[in-house]
Structures are given as structure tokens and as C-alpha cells.
Design a protein around this ligand. Structure first.
Ligand code: ADE
Length: 221
């Protein structure tokens, strides 16, 4: 898989993909991640990427030309072009799974007060990571990249994400490690029993219980 990220703040990505699972996935050629400064594509003599909004209003708006040219430079028949925007569709684990099987993803990070509406015409999908406003799409693109890359076959063991929260609309069951007793808090007896059927049943029940308690909206689905 290849992920191309379009931003005017490439330095924001400097350390994000160079540690842990994502950096291993890059080293093992499971994914190629390229950060592109779309300012480099601006035909403006001063490399401007934004301008004032027609009709008046606050702030600057990202212009079409640098983003169109950058996307056209990168796009192939296998690409899916995604715009990060608070008015996009809410990003969910199901979408992460769908995107993890794509060959090429182009992520466009919006910034400033907004972007020219016509930029939407070159996008296949618009995603929001939540009902709050970030200063730009950069953090959203990092969140989406991280959640997709861990699902690429071979990046982590499939069994590790089979029980992830949100699979089957359930939160993950509680887990424990050593010691058995920490400050009086005991590990549930069943997990020490070695009885795999019982452990599976316990985890299923706990998973439903936790979802009912913390995210009843998931069960309604
Ligand atoms: N850009 C600004 N806020 C955002 C959000 N919540 N999701 C995606 N992109 C954004």
C-alpha cells in the first residue's frame, strides 16, 4: 500500500511515523508513506496556496490550483482520494478495514479557515475524525493512517485486531497481566483456570457488559 499525504506543514509528520508499529511496517515494505508539501505545486510567483474568500469573511481559503495539480501528479487508476474535513462522514473502524485493502490512498489536509469548495470535486471520500474542529487535517490524516496501517495483513498478528473494540459493534474485553494481585486488586479467577471455553465465554460476557455500560449506542446498531 502507498499513502500520499498532502499538507503545507510537512514538518508536523517528522516523528509520527518513525516509531513503533508504523515505522516497522515502513521498514518491512508493507506500506510506503510520502508527505508532499502542495505549496511546491503552486504556480504563484510567491508560492501562495490561499486567498481571501469571495463574498467576504474572515481568514484565508486554500486555493484549488496547488491541490489539483498535486493530486493529478500522484493519482493513478488505483488511487482513492480522501479529503479530511470536519463536515466529512464520521470515521469508523469499519472504514479503516475497507481502506486497509486499498493499493493507493491520497489524503488531503485542509487548513486555515477552509478550502475552496471545488476541491471536493477531485475527492472520492470526505472523512471527519470527530465532531470538533482541529486547526487542520494533519492530525486527522495521522489518525487515519495509523488506524489503516495496523490492519494491513502482516503488520500485526490478525488475532491482535480480531478482538479490537468496535469489531461487531462491541468494545474489547478487559485484560490483565502479572501480578495476580496488585494492591489488593485480584485478576478474575476464570482467567487463571486454563479452561479456554470458559475464558472465551467470560470475555464475551464482559465485552457485552462493558459496551452496555460505556457505549450503549453501539449495541443499538
Ligand atoms: N480538519 C479539521 N477538523 C477536522 C476533523 N474533525 N476531522 C477531519 N479533518 C479535520
Amino acid at each position: 500500500m502507498k499513502i500520499d499525504i498532502l499538507t503545507i506543514f510537512p514538518e508536523m509528520f517528522d516523528h509520527v511515523f518513525s516509531s513503533s508499529i508504523i515505522s516497522r511496517a515502513i521498514k518491512e515494505n508493507k506500506v510506503v508513506i510520502n508527505i508532499h508539501n502542495f505549496r511546491d505545486f503552486s504556480t504563484d510567483p510567491h508560492h501562495k496556496v490561499d486567498d481571501t474568500p469571495y463574498g467576504g469573511g474572515n481568514g484565508m481559503v486554500l486555493t484549488c490550483q496547488p491541490i489539483f495539480d498535486c493530486v493529478e501528479h500522484l493519482k493513478t487508476e488505483e488511487s482513492i482520494v480522501i479529503l479530511l474535513t470536519p463536515d466529512g462522514i464520521p470515521y469508523k473502524q469499519k472504514i479503516a478495514y475497507e481502506l486497509s485493502s486499498k493499493k493507493h490512498i491520497i489524503l488531503i489536509c485542509g487548513h486555515y479557515e477552509g478550502f475552496d469548495e471545488r476541491i471536493r470535486t477531485i475527492c472520492d471520500l470526505e472523512l471527519s475524525i470527530g465532531d470538533y474542529i482541529l486547526t487542520g487535517g494533519e492530525l486527522a490524516s495521522m489518525v487515519i493512517t495509523d488506524s489503516i496501517v495496523r490492519l494491513i495483513p502482516g503488520v500485526i498478528e490478525t488475532s491482535s485486531h480480531q478482538n479490537d473494540s468496535f469489531n461487531n459493534n462491541l468494545l474489547d474485553y478487559p485484560t490483565y497481566t502479572k501480578p495476580r494481585n496488585f494492591r489488593g486488586m485480584e485478576v478474575p479467577e476464570v482467567l487463571l483456570s486454563g479452561d479456554h471455553k470458559k475464558i472465551e465465554e467470560y470475555r464475551k460476557i464482559e465485552s457485552i457488559k462493558k459496551t452496555k455500560e460505556k457505549r450503549p449506542d453501539l449495541l443499538e446498531k
